[in-house]
Design a binder for this molecule. Structure first.
Ligand code: ATP
Ligand code: MG
Length: 569
């Protein structure tokens, strides 16, 4: 491609709404353009990268026997009523009406549609297993679209779905899929890790994410040197050791804590470490009231609580309901003296406590020296705290968890029969019995991968593409456009490389060399072939390696071999 004729706009400045490096660089290097919040066009440079990623994804899916299909974007909303996900997606689902007033959704993911296909087509265990995939645009009305194509409202996903007669068969596909994801990311040149994750809106019990390490990633990964890795939304830990403890008293002592509702206020007022306090958080699950107890300085992980209660719709109690249940204003709830049918869930980190300071269920008062088992009974113990960096690892109970940030690139799930049951999708097994499909689903963020690759490696000058997904293999940069020999050499190297099948960009723009060098750095092509008047006279050209910022002078004749060798290594 000749830059002088190409649609490759570059800018010095990035737009003010671009917060992270990949977003800034994608705008500045002319990879994408914003249409409206969370909706982007891919310009030629961005599209080339996207294409290369798609190609790798396709090869790896095909290699493990997945078959490519294409499902519609427009989904009748009844499908979501059937699966029960209408409520779950809530406002994240883009909906619209046709001329007859029928509701549709723009597909956020395709579990419902693919299950609808399978229930009509797959009748016998003999047709199983099957794995279907597609690479298609998805729509989600994200609360906070941001970071460019990283968290968009319209984005490209590869989604695969598998159907099985047994859990063994699902496990086999799941393992193959995990390996395919690992290979895909490795081939894209992205350092990645597979982590235990939270199932979110998709559902099912077993699921893993593939995360690419990047400083500005939205995902937080907790890692232990024993080998444990988990997304912080899911991670388990033993908390931090207690520095000091509240003494148990003969009986709970009520202390006045006027207008003090927060852990910080109460611990300051009583002059104790926040670790002496236990937070009592009140929730409603179906018709039952739930009190959740966690250490004062910790936060509750609502997703874990949801799982413990087996209820995706648990809700915190509103202030008036808190008053009804405890008799006190919000901020003074505690486990002592709650109505007998309240479920009291206690986080296991509280086992280390002797006494506790808790709300007194009376406005402006707390109780000191409370003992669990004497003053109140826990209905159940369950891990519900959000794990944090510096916590003790639960797996080895020895090492400390470290935090690393990253970008979630893929998420794979064992769905089991969640969708097939909800949507009555069945087949006949080898005994002629009707059974629900056992399913898996596997998402990969194709458009997000473009941003993740930049986020994973850039410098203050611009992008540094990995070899496998770079939009061009080489950029040919003639320094002095007015020099006939330079231009002849540029044209001949350009032609030679192109004929050999390499993607080459010839910067034949009639601008200052300084601008061209800056732009070449910005768009991040791994090899820059610089043609200078003086070195050409000696039959030499300069090769600049963008990633390791290194220059080499080589013979003009050796360019093709050099490029070939670089890309085969
Ligand atoms: P997240 O936690 O980032 O919102 P998710 O759990 O909603 O992701 P899935 O439903 O599992 O994601 O989607 C599969 C993949 O699609 C994700 O791993 C991610 O790479 C990509 N993806 C999801 N949401 C977006 C988005 N808003 N913009 C771009 N890519 C996305
Ligand atoms: Mg999401």
């Amino acid at each position: 491609m000749r830059w002088s004729k190409a649609y490759l706009p570059t800018y010095k400045e990035s737009p003010s709404d671009a917060e992270i490096p990949s977003h800034k660089l994608m705008m500045r290097a002319g990879l994408i353009r914003k249409l409206t919040a969370g909706v982007y066009s891919f310009l030629p440079l961005g599209w080339r990268v996207l294409h290369k990623i798609e190609h790798i994804v396709r090869e790896e899916m095909d290699r493990i026997g997945c078959q490519e299909i294409m499902m519609p974007i427009l989904h009748p909303s009844e499908l979501y009523e059937e699966s029960g996900r209408l409520k779950h997606f809530g406002p994240e689902l883009f909906t619209l009406k046709d001329r007859r007033g029928r509701f549709f959704a723009l597909g956020p993911t395709h579990e419902e549609v693919v299950t609808d296909i399978a229930r009509a087509e797959i009748k016998s265990y003999r047709q199983l297993p099957q794995t279907l995939y597609q690479i298609l645009v998805k729509f989600r009305d994200e609360i906070r679209p941001r970071f460019g194509v990283m968290r968009a409202r319209e984005f490209i996903m590869k989604d695969a779905y598998s159907f099985h007669e047994s859990h063994e068969s699902l496990a086999e596909t799941y393992t193959n899929m995990a390996e395919a994801y690992r290979r895909t990311l490795d081939r894209c040149g992205l350092e990645n890790v597979m982590v235990e994750a939270d199932a979110g809106k998709i559902g099912g019990d077993v699921n893993h994410e593939f995360v690419v390490f990047a400083e500005h990633g939205e995902s937080e990964i907790l890692i232990c040197s024993c080998g444990y890795v988990a997304n912080s939304e899911r991670a388990e830990s033993l908390g931090k050791p207690l520095a000091s403890k509240e003494k148990v008293q003969k009986k709970p002592e009520q202390v006045s804590t006027p207008k003090m509702k927060t852990v910080e206020q109460v611990s300051n007022f009583l002059d104790v470490s926040p670790a002496h306090l236990v937070k009592t958080m009140l929730y409603k699950s179906g018709d039952s009231m739930v009190a959740v107890l966690i250490p004062g300085e910790r936060t509750l992980n609502e997703s874990k609580l949801s799982k413990v209660l087996d209820d995706p719709y648990v809700e915190p109690l509103r202030d008036d309901d808190i008053k009804k249940l405890t008799g006190a204003e919000a901020g003074y709830a505690g486990p002592v003296g709650l109505p007998g049918d309240t479920r009291i869930i206690v986080d296991p980190t509280l086992d280390e406590y002797d006494g506790m300071i808790v709300g007194a269920n009376a406005t402006d008062a707390h109780l000191r020296g409370v003992k669990m088992g004497r003053d109140f009974e826990a209905t159940e113990r369950a891990d519900v705290i959000a794990a944090e960096e510096g916590d003790r690892c639960k797996r080895c109970s020895d090492q400390i968890l470290q935090l690393r940030r990253g970008v979630e690139m893929g998420h794979i799930f064992k769905l089991d029969t969640k969708y097939s049951k909800a949507m009555s999708a069945t087949f006949l097994d080898n005994e002629g019995k009707e059974r629900h499909f056992i399913m898996g689903c596997y998402g990969f963020g194709v458009s997000r991968a473009v941003a993740a690759a930049i986020e994973a490696d850039y410098d203050d000058k611009g992008i540094r593409w990995p070899k496998t997904i770079t939009p061009f293999h080489a950029i040919v940069l003639p320094v002095k456009m007015s020099d006939a020999d330079t231009m002849m050499a540029a044209e001949s190297i350009y032609a030679e490389l192109r004929e050999a099948g390499w993607d080459v960009l010839l910067d034949d723009r009639d601008t200052r060399a300084g601008v061209k060098f800056k732009d070449a750095d910005l768009i991040g092509i791994p090899l820059r072939i610089t043609l200078g008047e003086r070195s050409l006279k000696e039959g030499k050209v300069e090769i600049y390696h963008r990633r390791d910022d290194r220059t080499e002078l080589i013979d003009r004749e050796g360019v093709l071999d050099y490029v070939r060798e670089f890309y085969s290594a």
